[in-house]
Design a binder for this molecule. Sequence first.
Ligand SMILES: Nc1ncnc2c1ncn2[C@@H]1O[C@H](COP(=O)(O)OP(=O)(O)OP(=O)(O)O)[C@@H](O)[C@H]1O
Ligand SMILES: [Mg+2]
Length: 227
Amino acid sequence: MIECKNIRKTYVNGDVETQAVSDVSFHIDKGEFVAIIGPSGSGKSTLMHILGALDTPTSGTYFLDGQEVSTLDDDELSDLRRNKIGFVFQSFNLLPRTTVLRNVMLPLLYSDTTEKEREEKARKSLEYAGMEEGKFLNLSNQLSGGQMQRVAIARSLINDPAIILADEPTGNLDTKTSAVVMETFRELNRKGHTIILITHEMEVAQFADRVITIRDGVIEKDVKNTH
Ligand SMILES: Nc1ncnc2c1ncn2[C@@H]1O[C@H](COP(=O)(O)OP(=O)(O)OP(=O)(O)O)[C@@H](O)[C@H]1O
Ligand SMILES: [Mg+2]
């Protein structure tokens, strides 16, 4: 499903060149649950942006479902992101003073759907992500961290994406809440979604079936977890 070959990403700022990702190759099958772990600055987010078609590599090739992503134009890229990928971020990125339901409906705002259809999909998505119905009309800033993250997960699921990319989804959560959110990801994985999750904590990575360790922009280890 995902095939990276010799991916490199170099950032140039004036005279300073940063090799954020150097010569990374791997593949991820449909239905896998993979954690990418590594210290700060090791290139995790850079790689995630490439996998999510939010950024392009400086060199190397990236195939998603057999399609070479670098050959797509902007419209094709945004279609691909909308149809295949759900993003979850560390900081949740929810609109404050906006209800849970509206936050989840947001990605569908410019799609060809009625308000009623959008609300229906958002409700399903929230249930799917394990959010209690009694909170659907709460404002998003009236929730606990774990609940906010479940709303962000529900929003990422609104288009039923095959792949969920999560960048430090438990970074702002305490240990207990992290475990609850990670169980939500495990459940989504059981339902068939491919999950790629970035973390710098080994306890979080243990929830995945496979752990790729990245250091200084290169893959240091790629191992299967036994649960
Ligand atoms: N837009 C940019 N311009 C220049 N350098 C960048 C840019 N984005 C990232 N970098 C550099 O690339 C390297 C990798 O950054 P990246 O954000 O991928 O790390 P990370 O593993 O996600 O770290 P963290 O755990 O702190 O989020 C770092 O040295 C960073 O400073
Ligand atoms: Mg990062």
